[in-house]
Design a protein around this ligand. Structure first.
Ligand code: SIN
Length: 526
């Protein structure tokens, strides 16, 4: 039998948990669906920290300015203003809720990361900031009796009735069968799609299902071509691409090529703290120049005790792979890390589909523009998660009548899951994305990738594989459309930025890609 609740939140990272608390505080019933255990999300693995204006020498204007510069002319200024001005309040609230950011005595410690003009990054337990935030948010959500969190419940599709999102279909882990749940509104907080690439810092759950589900039911997708590649993922044969936080460079880490030369001065005067896209491309250039598969992150000039205390998780992981961070240089290479684009929303998380909201990495508010400023994503999840919850509450006049015959036409499922095929499809897509839609792209590589993805897509896939290939197509088509280089999108055949491309790509099912001045859109047209 179908379940009915007031609101559905999909995902239990920082955005999902914060949205759930905002909803539950009003007394509403909230069902939170998450496809793994509650704590498994991109948030959990965020190391470096959360950027916030809290130190005496900092201002919202400075944070806003840094965010706009990193965003390479494509941030929506209104969204950035919301982020930096409201962020401080939400971080203070998080501290009140028990989040333990690192302190010296009673004073918060702020670290430095690339493209920040001030030391404004808070961190927790050294390099486990996301984990600490998730811990405290799960504890806060646990205080709300109306939040019903369903782990290991993968959402398969969104249910649309008369053009409105009225619920979801998910796989019940106990019944091992699809089940429907209906609500006044659905908030997508499903995170990003780093797993689209062969090399990624993201956990296995980051497959972008939420983006694909939203696109399938007609939501606009914006800026899908902008993928951030983190410059320093551990590059050890056979090991996962474990993130070596940018904060390591913030604390004085140096990049050297395999010949031992410090090379960033050849590429950017900001050296190791240049924006991530520049550092990643510089590393690729050095790897090509020296015929190597990696460069080194050199922390050996720093005090060993300091490093072990400041980066305990990284120290532990490197030791596991036989590396002492204070004694040895660490092999690193870039890996996909963050999607700047996603489901197009306004400043309150409203998508172009009534009843459907989105917040966090799955969404594109325009706050990150073409390139996200380091450590702005946890802040985004908090601020826009809370706002999406508040907006869903305010607009929840929808009465759940007549939902017994949901219009599932737009949610047609593919054949039952075929695990072996799914694994092979994913492997092939990830490789193609890395080789042809990666850090450097051009018309020929993108066209070849699109042709292959279209062939794979027509070969009768399970729903999850079809979603994965569709996302690959969304990124590739937008990357082919944008004939310039900007932020996380670098076209070798159009290496310069072009002011006439200062627009957002917008993709909608069965329509050509268009350019839009802002990500935000006129709600009256809904
Ligand atoms: C890092 O610690 O380098 C990642 C932080 C982020 O992506 O903002």
């Amino acid at each position: 039998m179908a379940k009915v609740t007031d609101f559905i939140v999909i995902g239990s990272g920082v955005a999902g948990l914060r949205a759930s608390v905002a909803l539950a505080e009003s007394g509403a019933d909230v069902t939170v669906l998450t496809k793994d255990k509650a704590s498994e999300s991109n948030t959990e693995y965020a190391q470096g920290g959360v950027a916030v204006v809290l130190s005496d020498d900092d201002t919202a204007e400075l944070h806003e300015g840094d965010t706009l510069v990193a965003g390479a002319g494509l941030c929506d200024e209104a969204a950035v203003e919301v982020l930096v001005t409201e962020g401080t309040r939400y971080i203070k609230q998080l501290i009140d809720w028990g989040t333990e950011f690192d302190r010296e005595g009673s004073d918060l410690i702020f670290t430095q990361e690339a493209a920040h003009s001030r030391r404004r990054i808070l961190h927790a337990h050294g390099d486990s900031t996301g984990k600490e935030i998730v811990r405290s948010l799960i504890a806060r959500a646990g205080v709300e009796p109306n939040i019903n969190l369903l782990p290991f419940s993968a959402t398969e599709s969104l249910i649309i009735k008369d053009g409105r999102c009225v619920g979801v279909r998910y796989l019940d882990p106990i019944l091992r069968a699809p089940r429907e749940v209906f609500a006044k509104a659905v908030i997508l907080c499903t995170g990003g799609a780093g797993q689209l690439y062969q090399h990624t810092t993201n956990p296995p759950v980051a497959t972008g299902d939420g983006m694909a589900m939203a696109y399938r039911v007609g939501a606009d997708m914006a800026d899908m071509e902008f993928i951030q590649f983190h410059p320093t993922a551990l590059s050890v044969e056979g090991a996962p691409r474990f993130l070596l936080s940018e904060a390591m460079r913030g604390e004085g880490g140096i990049l050297r090529n395999v010949l031992g030369e410090r090379f960033m001065e050849r590429y950017d005067e900001r050296l190791e703290l240049a924006p991530r896209d520049i550092v990643s491309r510089s590393i690729v250039a050095e790897m090509r120049r020296t015929g190597s598969r990696f460069v080194y992150l050199d922390m050996t000039a720093l005090d060993g005790k300091f490093l072990r205390e400041r980066f305990p998780k990284i120290d532990e992981t490197c030791r596991y792979f036989g590396l002492d961070i204070s004694q040895q240089m660490l092999p690193v290479s870039p890996a996909s890390h963050y999607c700047m684009g996603g489901v197009r929303t306004d400043l309150w998380g409203r998508t172009t589909v009534p009843g459907l909201y989105a917040a966090g990495e799955v969404a594109c508010t325009g706050v990150h523009g073409a390139n996200r400023l380091a450590s702005n994503s946890l802040l985004e999840g908090l601020v826009f998660g809370a706002r999406a919850g508040e907006a869903a509450l305010e607009n929840a006049s929808f009465q759940m009548s007549g939902i017994s015959e949901p219009d599932l036409a737009a949610n047609a499922s593919g054949p039952a899951s075929q695990t072996g095929i799914a694994t092979a499809v994913r492997k092939r897509v990830k490789r193609l994305m890395w080789e042809r839609v990666g850090i450097l792209r051009d018309k020929a590589s993108l066209r070849r990738a699109i042709t292959e993805f279209e062939q794979i897509a027509s070969s009768g896939l399970s729903t999850s594989s079809a979603n994965f290939v569709m996302l690959a197509l969304l990124v590739s088509r937008a990357a082919l459309w944008r004939e310039e280089s900007r932020g996380g999108h670098f076209r070798s055949d159009f290496p310069e930025s072009d002011p006439s491309w200062r627009v957002h790509s917008v993709q909608k099912m069965s329509e050509e890609i268009t350019g839009a001045e802002t990500v935000d859109f006129d709600q009256n047209r809904l």
